[in-house]
Design a protein around this ligand. Structure first.
Ligand code: GDP
Ligand code: IMO
Ligand code: MG
Length: 429
């Protein structure tokens, strides 16, 4: 039986949460495998709206949610999110949520360093979410991180904090930011421990058992391929790998378990934070897309930058991300636009290219090559079958399929869970 992995195919906020929630009805387990509370996934179910950052979106369907070792976990943020979602009437307990005991923690020092560095970068800032994601991943790779399992060992916490603070306080002092006291951090972590540890376990073991029982696993990506630390628009990226291959390493399961890879893309394109965005619109159309699409960051509330669908970029994401089917969301936002543009490549210093180059300067200089396609006048909003779509909207989808060299297997036509058109079930073998 196929598992499914969902990843973003642009710069995030493509509607991964909605699609994961929708597909979760067919899954037994939903697993987060990278990122942290920089993610913001909005699910609309009837008159309830759920905004999830760390919690796997399958929890809303009552499915078992796992947070894998590839995620960086801020324990304070996790507990606050659990409280917030419980207040909306969902049951989140150690029976429904399990977190990897070998996942690294985000501590207040990480957020402080993230913000101090961004301030020091000035004009060249990345536009991070300020949640400490980058510094936490740095600590993991530098073998300095404090992990969930350390909360059970006060003596380990004690010497791990010495090593961590030696590094961070030196940096913070150098940046002119306040430093941290070990005693305070230690006391805070020990106070959090009894609330976090009941959720902790070796996730790999649970996943091995799930595979043995032929359970259907849905891997929920955060961010997107163009924010991937290797394959994205570096340095304007996040600090984790967001491609489908990461689902295996970030959960503790073999690569064959990743299953079918579904990439999510908006029918146009948005980006939050700094960095190149060749098809960005700075005119009234861009503003219209932002207003109609309610394009404000779920995590930071920042307005998202908007632009035309960039097929060259998504084609690249399809190749490096291992995407086998594309879910196209927010088609309804394009309703009534007389003409639509699709980016098909770039011109860089007079030379044409089918892909975005790797260099930061070359990326910044990339000018889009557009093709124009006629829009449609009638509404696609809320459509639940292909037959309800205007012919011109179908043409637009078909053209995207050709250009990105990947079939569009799912369409989304409103934020609401069931306003979805499935052309090919990713769970079927
Ligand atoms: P994620 O980070 O990929 O999960 O995406 P976000 O939740 O951050 O952003 C997507 C936004 O678009 C959310 O507010 C969704 O409710 C909304 N959304 C998702 N699909 C559709 C759609 O097909 N049409 C419209 N109009 N909104 C959608
Ligand atoms: P979801 O899962 C959109 C962006 C930030 C910034 C860059 C680095 O909701 O799609 P970080 O705090 O990760 O170090 O910031 O990455 N970013 C996102 N943009 N959606 C997200 O998540 C994002 N997570 C990070 O805006 O440009
Ligand atoms: Mg989001």
């Amino acid at each position: 039986m196929a598992n499914v992995t969902i990843i973003g195919a642009q710069w995030g906020d493509e509607g991964k949460g909605k699609v994961v929630d929708w597909l979760a009805s067919r899954a037994d387990i939903v697993v987060r495998f990278q990122g942290g509370h920089n993610a913001g996934h909005t699910l609309v179910v009837g008159n309830q709206t759920y905004k999830l950052s760390l919690l796997p979106s399958g929890l809303v369907r009552g499915k078992l949610g796992l947070i894998g070792n590839g995620v960086v976990i801020d324990p304070v943020a996790l507990l606050a999110e659990i409280d917030r979602i419980r207040a909306q009437g969902l049951s989140i307990t150690p029976e429904t949520l399990r977190i990897a005991d070998n996942a690294p923690l985000i501590l207040p020092v990480h957020a402080a360093l993230d913000r101090a560095r961004e301030a020091a970068r000035g004009e060249r800032r990345i536009g991070t979410t300020g949640r400490g994601i980058g510094p936490a991943y740095e600590d993991k790779v530098a073998r300095r991180a404090i992990r969930v399992c350390d909360l059970a060992e006060p003596d380990t916490l004690d010497w791990r904090l010495d090593e961590l603070l030696l590094h961070h306080n030196t940096l913070l002092a150098g940046l002119g930011a306040p430093t941290f006291e070990k005693a305070t951090l230690l006391a805070d972590l020990l106070a959090l421990a009894p609330r976090i540890l009941p959720y902790a376990e070796p996730i790999w073991e649970r996943l091995a058992q799930a595979r043995h029982e032929n359970a259907r696993i849905l891997f929920e990506g955060a961010q997107a391929v163009m924010l991937d630390v290797d394959h994205g628009t570096y340095p304007f990226v996040t600090s984790s790998n967001t491609v489908a291959g990461q689902a295996a390493a970030g959960a503790g399961i073999g690569p064959d378990a990743v299953g079918r890879v579904l990439g999510i893309a908006k029918a146009y394109c948005t980006r939050v934070g700094s960095g190149p965005f060749p098809t960005e619109l700075h005119d009234a159309t861009g503003q219209l897309l932002g207003e109609r699409g309610h394009e404000f960051g779920t995590v930071t509330g920042r307005p998202r930058r908007c632009g035309w669908f960039d097929a060259a970029l998504v084609r690249q994401a399809v190749k490096v991300g291992g995407i086998q089917g594309l879910a196209l969301t927010k088609l309804d936002v394009l309703d009534g636009l007389p003409a639509l543009k699709i980016g098909v490549g770039y011109r860089i210093n007079g030379v044409t290219s089918r892909h975005l180059p790797s260099g930061a300067r070359a990326q910044a200089q990339a000018e889009p090559i557009f093709e124009t396609i006629e829009g449609w006048t009638s509404s696609t909003r809320g459509a639940r079958s292909y037959a309800e779509l205007p012919a011109q909207a179908i043409k637009y989808v078909r053209r995207i399929e050709e250009l990105v060299e990947c079939p569009v297997t799912l369409l989304s036509t409103s934020p609401e869970r069931d306003d979805t058109i499935l052309m090919q079930d990713p769970f079927s073998d």
